[in-house]
Design a binder for this molecule. Structure first.
Ligand code: MN
Length: 207
């Protein structure tokens, strides 16, 4: 179990086949303004890979893009909508097919409104993740050990949660509905980038 930091791309062959957990860290919440600093990725075998992009990066990362674009690899996210938009905007890649643990949580954990990663990891796995470094300077020349650990922990539990949430979705007969939501996520991310970030396109309201 180790955290590996790479500059500008993933080394070839770093990941075992199968689903990968993916997360991103950026300079902020406005994707076209706030550059992509880090992509975290894990094959669920115990290691996490952090791919860092410097200021002025050309985001020329063929190995990472190949994994993200691979239609045979399921990508596991927590709040995929944000990560898909950042990856699409900066890496020019549609990182699907998608499973989003936040959407799955909303569809099965209807007894709570706590769908953050921290709450989900605690309830499903009985583990604690710290959110202390969430709003830190991901564009810094050197990432601190606390930042690296935080970034890695954001992808560490997604495989285990995916397994549990798949069972819970089946139990509640919401597998197909979840899949339809996941399939729409790349388009939802594109709507965010194209100027409809908070507008619900399905709403009766004009704007
Ligand atoms: Mn994160």
């Amino acid at each position: 179990m180790a955290v590996h930091l790479h500059e500008e791309d993933l080394p070839e062959g770093a990941l075992a086949p199968g689903p990968v957990a993916v997360d991103t860290e950026t300079m902020g919440l406005i994707t076209p303004r706030d550059r992509l600093c880090l992509v975290q990725i894990s094959d669920g075998q115990g290691d996490e890979h952090l791919v860092r992009f410097g200021p002025g990066s050309e985001f020329n990362a063929p190995n990472l893009k190949a994994v993200l674009a691979d239609p045979a690899r399921l990508k596991l996210y927590h709040f995929a909508r944000f990560d898909l938009a950042a990856i699409e905007h900066y890496l020019g890649t549609c990182a699907a097919p998608v499973f989003c643990t936040k959407i799955a949580s909303k569809l099965v954990r209807t007894y709570t409104d706590r769908h953050g990663l921290k709450d989900l990891v605690r309830e499903l796995l009985g583990k604690e993740v710290s959110k202390q470094q969430q709003s830190s300077d991901w564009g810094a020349a050197e990432l601190s050990d606390a930042q690296k650990e935080y970034a890695a922990s954001d992808v560490r539990y997604l495989h285990a949660m995916h397994e549990i949430l798949v069972e819970r979705l089946a139990r509640e007969n919401r597998t197909e509905l979840a899949q339809a939501c996941f399939d729409f996520l790349p388009a939802r991310a594109r709507l965010d980038l194209a100027g409809w970030p908070e507008h619900d396109i399905f709403s009766h309201e004009a704007a």
